[in-house]
Design a protein around this ligand. Sequence first.
Ligand code: M6R
Length: 616
Amino acid sequence: MCGIVGYTGYRDAYNVVVNGLKRLEYRGYDSAGIVLEGENQKFNLKKIKGKVSNLEAISEGLKNTSHIGMGHTRWATHGVPSDRNSHPHLSNNGKIALIHNGIIENYDSIKIMLKGKGYVFHSDTDTEVLANFIQYFMEEIGKSFYEAIRAALNEVYGAYAICVMHEDEPGSFVVARLSSPLAIGLGDKEYFVASDASPFVEFTKEAIYLEDGHMAHISVENGVKIHQIKDNSAVDPQIQELKLSLEQIEKGGYEHFMLKEIFEQPKSIHDTMRGRILLDEGVIKMAGIWDNLERIQKAKRIIIIACGTSWHAGLIGEYLIEEFARIPVEVEYASEFRYRNPIITSDDVVIAISQSGETADTMAAIKLAKEKGAFVYGICNVIDSSISRITDAGSYTHAGPEIGVASTKAFTAQLTVLSLIALKIGKHNGSLNNTEFMQYLYELNAIPSKVQDVLESSHDIVKQIAKDFIDATNFIYLGRGYNFPGALEGALKLKEISYIHAEGYPAAEMKHGPIALIDENMPVAIIAPKQGHYDKVVSNVQEIKARKGKVIAIVNQGDTQVASMADYVIEFPETSECFSPILSAIPLQLLSYYIAVYRGANVDQPRNLAKSVTVE
Ligand code: M6R
């Protein structure tokens, strides 16, 4: 959470930083700020509550005034969203400017110490404490700017990606990282820093992803010098070639990123399968699984850890792996797993699922699992993200950059990878015979075109249906078997972008409590594919209709039984039950998208949320 951008070179720093911040707004949009090195080396600083557009409105005058500067877009942790809590923060002497993504957990004790020495604070943030802590090491201990940053960082704990400038050190900045991402873009006589590569993708294809515990001094004159924060030993930079393109991170004619990403799913699922499903040879090729097959096959248990939508994918992964590979699976919220002293042994395989690859709760759970000797397999979308680097092996989802805060194409790509993994292990350990394996493989291979089909056939219908639910205050989502997690995901999508309260339940659980909520005002979206305990779902629909609930049925094409009872019908093509959550997710994503749009909500940047949750 929070996005940071820095630039030094020959371009207009204002332009690079502000445009970069717009690309990082998915990380938080509570406030925005910029600082540039002005004439006579004095800082020019502007910051304001709200979005980057608010910042632009108050900082026009900074255009074309500097070739070095940095900016921040905030997701509030310490202190409410406000002008005074916005970054950059200055030290008391006004000479140090600092932007920060993360949390300094021991900021309070440092603040008390600094207050005792006469420092005053103008914000409620942990970041301002760090800026003053650096000043303290310079003034009271006599350290250089760089050494003062190093000394301060060796005293703090928590998570940070920071960029720091000093008025007396013109033309340079210092960056550092611990558990929050930071990329350095390498141009010709220019350098960029950012929370991810999107702010500089049109300027350079070469980047260094700073490792945990590393800091870098960056200037056009001396380039990028990386050292360990702990002992200042020099580090050889690993330069990587960026695969990201500008087109991938633009809206491409769609009104919102979310809609673009929903419509990209035939391609993103296809990209996730590409090179992995070899129909002619009758194999699934996945190097991460193949290289570790012994260990994975022998696992006494697989534990899936994830958060949010990725956790929902994990629940479906449990069904897939248990059905096809016959290995027991447990699915845990990463945040709970870490804090409940779980029993983990070296016989366990942990699968960590994360779109961003930066989620702090998932990272912490992985570290714990590794400490206890488990083998950890990552399923990430963002290439070279922190999770993809700390796991023992893994598979990328290849969905392409997902910018909308509500996860859509990453979810269906995660389901695709989990399906491939389950089928591959099942084939190798003999739980699936070749005929079954091939049937499923053909079925999975057909999913991208079926996704295209459901997008085309349901789009207009869903748009119409959404209009009737603009004023809904509650929603229930139901599904059975593989589609129970699909119901949870449908409810989460609606909650996060339209702010309508929604709950997902296994359809059969209705009668154990939630049925009390059903009346003529309660919309109930029920996923009822032909292959998924259909008769039981028919009974559930009858129970809802008997209590006058409004049923939105998500059924297979040509369905008559559920469709005849439902108030609204959305169809999707038939497939095996195990792959049906991929198809049923599509109309549910569209439904929440259009309800939110009609309610005037900001679907790409819903309130209080951020795309990448890098705080615990
Ligand atoms: O990047 P991750 O997959 O680790 O993120 C996990 C959740 O924060 C994420 O899925 C969140 O729930 C989304 N906003 C859901 O749309």
